[in-house]
Design a protein around this ligand. Structure first.
Ligand SMILES: *Cc1c(COP(=O)(O)O)cnc(C)c1O
Length: 386
């Protein structure tokens, strides 16, 4: 089908939640590149919103998926699943988590984390039900995660929201302390806020929040849906700090493009879930978990988390010479007040995919396979555009 026909079908039959998309349709990809049917190449510096950590058509991932598709797609969690057990073991071996639960998206992972925090306090019988999150946070599109998200634009049409959520400004320890009540059950934070424009929470703030949580039996939940899986130069962003979360969530890059999410928790919290307390039909199915295992295999064989750290530092240095940069590793926001949309549009016209947050921030999230040469070409193009 030609692009114009696809657009006509879309306008006719697809719910208009995304508005006018960029007028392009990709039919295949390889490495850093996406291609249209006519063979026009775009360098992907957005990775499908921080999903395609291995780039496109990575041989380790495609080979593993081909083999699994030929054998088995789905069985349900009524039965034991080898890939599910192995991926859970991989995540617990490499993180502070002792137990993992798989679902299908970031919102669903955060939804699971909220339920786990609530049932932990319910079973203790301490009456704690409330949750603190940050202003400008983003935690997903389900009703509970919209309630958690500290942005009015996502909440307003869906009132009344789930009760018990309050929101605080980031990096303000006094404001956090003031928001804590005897009913506070948990706090949810993105170590680096992604969707709202790459805002970094300081180590000092995270440590202070950790201390207040520990003192008051409040669960500390990190939403690592975007910061996780190597993007910041460590497997999860909390690993840059001395702070350990009680629960953290993952999704986006975890399946390298195959939908999967994870709720990851320390044992003392995880054991609040008893049989029947939570579940899901698709979560952790053989295909999705095979994808997750292949992502870890590629990370290890190709040193991709280390590459994210190195290339992130290099990229940040190059960009800092042009405009102020926020972020860590390959999760970068560049400040172009009043010009971000125009610059993103010009990059698109020159065959580069990036994001823009409002009109002030260019958002750059390349695959973890990005090389120095890719970055040099991008920076050269950006300079020419400016
Ligand atoms: C993208 C994102 C989510 C939501 O993930 P979905 O897979 O779209 O449901 C939640 N939290 C953060 C930090 C995200 O970046």
């Amino acid at each position: 089908m030609q692009l114009q026909e696809v657009i006509a079908f879309d306008k006719h039959s697809y719910m208009n939640t995304f508005g006018d998309r960029l007028p392009v349709m990709f039919t295949h990809g390889r490495g850093m590149s996406l291609y249209t049917e006519e063979g026009k190449e775009y360098k992907d510096f957005f990775a499908g919103i921080a999903v395609s950590a291995l780039g496109h058509a990575h041989p380790i991932l495609t080979k593993a998926l081909h083999a699994q598709v030929d054998k088995l797609l789905h069985t349900s969690s009524l039965y034991y699943i080898e890939a599910q057990a192995k991926l859970a073991k991989t995540l617990t071996d490499r993180t502070v988590a002792d137990k993992v639960f798989f679902c299908n998206s970031g919102a669903e992972a955060n939804e699971g984390a909220i339920k786990l925090a609530k049932i932990y306090h319910y079973k203790k019988g301490d009456g704690k039900t409330d949750i603190i999150t940050a202003n400008r946070s983003f935690h997903g599109r389900t009703l509970a995660t919209v309630s958690a998200t500290g942005q009015e634009k996502y909440q307003k049409p869906y009132a009344p929201l789930m009760p018990g959520f309050s929101h605080v400004p980031i990096n303000d320890i006094a404001a956090f302390q003031a928001a804590v009540t005897p009913k506070t059950a948990a706090v949810i934070l993105e170590p680096i806020q992604g969707e709202s424009g790459v805002h970094v929470l300081t180590d000092e703030y995270l440590q202070a929040v950790r201390d207040i949580c520990t003192k008051n039996d409040i669960l500390l939940i990190f939403d690592e849906v975007q910061t996780g899986m190597g993007r910041t130069g460590k497997l999860f962003a909390y690993m840059h700090t001395p702070v350990l979360p009680d629960i953290f969530t993952s999704a986006k890059a975890l399946g390298g493009g195959v939908p999967i999410g994870a709720v990851c928790a320390q044992d003392f919290v995880a054991k609040a879930f008893s049989p029947g307390d939570h579940g899901g039909t698709f979560g952790g199915n053989p295909l999705a978990c095979t994808a997750g295992l292949a992502v870890f295999e590629a990370f290890d064989k190709e040193g991709l988390v280390e590459n994210a750290a190195e290339m992130g530092t290099y990229f940040q240095t190059c960009l800092s010479a042009i405009a102020p940069v926020r972020g860590r590793g390959l999760m970068l926001g560049v400040a172009f007040p009043g010009r971000a949309k125009e610059i993103a549009g010009a990059l698109f016209a020159h065959g580069y995919l990036v994001g823009a947050v409002g009109d002030d921030t260019l958002r750059i999230l390349p695959p973890l396979i990005v090389t120095k040469e890719d970055i040099d070409l991008f920076v050269k193009e950006l300079k020419e555009i400016l």
